[in-house]
Design a protein around this ligand. Structure first.
Ligand code: ADP
Length: 263
């Protein structure tokens, strides 16, 4: 295999043994990473293959019956347009996936005012959603340390979900206590069953395939959000009640910027 493992024996010096041990650990990490990437590509291709297969078979039907059977014409047009939408969404998510990888490479944490940042996102997304995003903030300046691009991407994922899985205004609260600055993204939507809460951050996981399908879900968003959050040392938690709504919470531990302010 491409992953070399070093062997040492007891006659070797402790330094050499330690060195080869950390080398082997690194190799195992790389191997695991590669395997995860492989699994991801397989999953992604499979997810793309399904709509392509459906579009293909409906086009065959259209070729044969489209000119004579109005019912088949109707059904096919709807099915093809649905599946095309799904593919569009999925490719967008894959793009956002590689964007996240890019963010990882260009990772540059800086001191950011969450109030400005979130107001900017609100102004950008409200016209797209055609819905209000109500932002409440305890103060006008609430600083955290994070990489701006990845934080923007991260917040957008939660907001897109709040939009997709609810039909009312979305609320964002920015608060802080002794330990954390905290952002709550609150929707009054369909909610998430308790037994699914632990799984929604997994790649390609969707609570209800039929339901998620209608909203054009791919199950990738939250797994990307999870990675972006880890990169930025943000803790993410979720609380939800079916038919009432969902709150995703982001917690930023106070770091240097806080000490600066108190100095
Ligand atoms: P998707 O593209 O399917 O939305 P995500 O990874 O973003 O993928 O979310 C995974 C699943 O978690 C979704 O399919 C949905 O079932 C559930 N989910 C995420 N956010 C919400 C929310 N705000 N309200 C209800 N369900 C949600």
């Amino acid at each position: 295999s491409a992953y070399t493992m070093l062997e040492v024996n007891n006659n070797d010096t402790k330094e050499l043994r330690d060195l080869s041990e950390s080398f082997n650990e690194m190799m195992l990490d790389l191997k695991e990473n590669d395997e995860q990437q492989q699994a991801f590509i397989m999953n992604a291709s499979h997810e793309l293959k399904t709509p392509i297969t459906v579009i293909d078979s409906y086009s065959q039907m259209l070729k044969r019956f489209g000119k004579t059977r109005e019912d088949i014409l109707d059904e096919s047009i709807f099915a093809i347009s649905d599946e095309a939408k799904r593919m569009k969404y999925l490719t967008e998510q894959l793009l956002s996936f590689s964007k996240a990888a890019q963010a990882k490479e260009n990772f540059r944490p800086e001191k950011l005012n969450l109030v400005d940042m979130i107001s900017g996102i609100k102004n950008r997304l409200e016209p797209v959603y055609g819905r209000n995003i109500e932002v409440h903030h305890e103060a006008d300046f609430m600083f955290v340390t994070a990489d701006a691009d990845s934080l923007d991407q991260l917040l957008k994922i939660f907001l897109d979900n709040a939009y997709k899985y609810s039909s009312e205004d979305i609320n964002i609260n920015i608060t802080k206590d002794k330990e954390f600055t905290r952002v709550d993204i609150i929707d009054r939507g369909i909610g998430i069953p308790e037994e699914d809460l632990g799984k929604i951050f997994n790649r390609f996981y969707r609570v209800d395939k039929a339901r998620a399908r209608k909203t054009g879900g791919s199950g990738l968003g939250l797994s990307i959000a999870d990675e972006l959050a880890k990169m930025n040392d943000i803790r993410v938690s979720v609380e939800s009640t079916v038919d009432e709504g969902t709150t995703f919470t982001l917690k930023f531990e106070h770091g240097k910027e806080e000490q600066d302010e108190n100095r």
